[in-house]
Design a protein around this ligand. Structure first.
Ligand SMILES: Nc1ncnc2c1ncn2[C@@H]1O[C@H](COP(=O)(O)OP(=O)(O)O)[C@@H](O)[C@H]1O
Ligand SMILES: Nc1nc2c(ncn2[C@H]2C[C@H](O)[C@@H](COP(=O)(O)O)O2)c(=O)[nH]1
Length: 214
């Protein structure tokens, strides 16, 4: 299983499609457009942060169980990032210490129950898409989900800055599996075929080293 990571708008869903088509495997996408809690969270984060987190945790777990049946299936966000989001929101006063404790224990408990935990314990490879703040905002605007737009809410730029700065430490500390970083500012794997091929070559190289690609 290949797991993608990166901030909002980094290109995870786009790369999941490109990579799974290239490998002939299946992509598993985060529940976003059909997520009933996400718009509520952006409207009232304090009220909905915990509910949203439980919603994502449940859906993510479901995706992991489906994805793990075949080598090189692609997940468009790792379960490990959910905790980054929630702890940041908690530090912003949007979740209580009791909610954080319940979430952390539930996550740990669920991770122990993953069937692959017995054999592999983690993804085969984490591919992290690294982007700057300017790229993040540009992509969020390009995609156009209304509740994510900075002009909808003056606190969003700070939220996005905080998120990006936490991602640096998160990637450095990540040690559940082999990992690699792709420069998401540099490579336009959506519109530019040459960039797409370069990114696919970089990932193939890592998969060959790890023995999950011939
Ligand atoms: N490397 C890239 N170069 C140019 N545009 C991109 C790139 N990655 C994503 N995009 C565009 O940015 C927007 C957000 O991409 P998406 O894949 O939905 O990000 P994520 O799943 O990480 O939130 C989309 O409009 C997509 O077409
Ligand atoms: N509070 C949280 N928000 C989350 C989490 N996972 C995703 N999200 C939000 C961020 C975006 O608005 C949207 C989809 O993310 P993409 O990066 O795929 O665009 O959902 C989370 O765990 N907590």
């Amino acid at each position: 299983m290949i797991v993608l990571s990166g901030a909002i708008g980094a290109g995870k869903s786009s790369l999941a499609t490109v990579l799974s088509e290239h490998l002939g495997t299946e992509a598993f996408y985060e529940q976003v457009d059909n997520n009933p809690v996400l718009p509520l969270f952006y409207k009232d984060p304090k009220k909905y942060a915990f509910l949203l987190q439980i919603y994502f945790l449940n859906k993510r777990f479901e995706s992991i169980k489906k994805a793990m049946v075949q080598d090189n299936n692609v997940l468009d966000r790792s379960i490990y990032e959910d905790s980054l989001f929630f702890h940041m929101n908690a530090d912003m006063g949007r979740a209580t210490p009791q909610e954080v404790k319940v979430y952390d224990e539930l996550l740990a408990n669920m991770m122990q129950e993953l069937p692959y935990a017995a054999a592999k314990k983690a993804p085969d490879l984490l591919v992290h898409l690294d982007i700057s703040y300017d790229t993040m905002i540009h992509r969020i605007e390009k995609r156009g989900r209304s509740y994510e737009q900075p002009e909808q809410d003056p606190t969003l730029p700070e939220y996005y800055h905080n998120l990006l700065s936490r991602y640096d430490g998160w990637y450095d500390d990540y040690d559940y599996s082999p990992k690699m970083k792709i420069d998401g500012d540099k490579y336009d794997f959506v519109e530019n075929p040459e960039d797409r091929q370069k990114v696919l070559d970089l990932i193939d190289e890592q998969l060959r080293v790890r023995g999950t690609l011939d």
